[in-house]
Design a protein around this ligand. Structure first.
Ligand SMILES: [Mg+2]
Length: 210
């Protein structure tokens, strides 16, 4: 099945699926943060997406925007820390950029990704190459924009592929921002946990939309 667009209810189902997969990935994300940081990323993400799931389950969305912004605001309020602020901002600013659209198509996903990149980079100040979640997010945006996608399925596949490439690229980087900036060359060889989370989010969206 190749979906051209997703309805607000589809987007709600998609983000509920994202929440389930992130909650199941707690140990993987915790280990990734133990390798580079204080080890709290998995639990923070699990807490945030458990709260987001509860909010989404009772939402009767009229627009795709409100599904994303509800997720973003709930992550900001429940996760805490720098990760909560940037992960919440990803959904909050991406969703806000979609305005009053009542469906999500390939162009809409690109609009979401542009809004998300702008919001996260304005908030945190990280640039591509700093070994943060920005590497996965900007790579997702570039691949979705560059592929001239015709359907939401294709756009989500491109975003997932780009996010995965961006996450993989963080393994070779020396952290200059974020959780691992004091580790210097010792940060080489490990992916950034936030980038890993972003790659899981877009992979799950792609699995849903395909
Ligand atoms: Mg941490």
């Amino acid at each position: 099945m190749s979906n051209l667009t997703l309805t607000p209810t589809n987007v709600k189902e998609m983000l509920l699926k994202v929440a389930d997969v992130i909650i199941e990935s707690e140990e993987k994300l915790s280990q990734a943060d133990r390798d580079l940081g204080d080890g709290d990323h998995g639990l923070g993400m699990q807490r945030g997406f458990t709260a987001a799931k509860a909010q989404l389950e009772v939402l009767e969305p009229k627009t795709v925007s409100e599904v994303f912004t509800t997720t973003g605001m709930t992550l900001m309020a429940s996760m805490g820390g720098a990760s909560g602020a940037v992960m919440g901002m990803l959904f909050q600013s991406g969703g806000t950029a979609l305005g009053a659209n009542d469906s999500l198509d390939a162009d809409g996903l690109c609009t979401f990704l542009k809004g998300a990149c702008d919001g996260v980079t304005n908030l945190g100040g990280a640039k591509p190459g700093d070994k943060t979640m920005v590497d996965a997010l900007v790579s997702a945006r570039n691949k979705a924009e560059g592929n001239d996608c015709k359907s939401i399925s294709e756009a989500c596949q491109a975003a997932a592929s780009g996010a995965n490439e961006g996450m993989e690229a963080t393994k070779a980087m020396i952290a200059t921002m974020g959780r691992a900036k004091t580790l210097g060359e010792k940060s080489i060889g490990y992916p950034d946990p936030g980038a890993l989370s972003v790659s899981i989010i877009f992979k799950t969206m792609s699995d849903y939309a395909s």
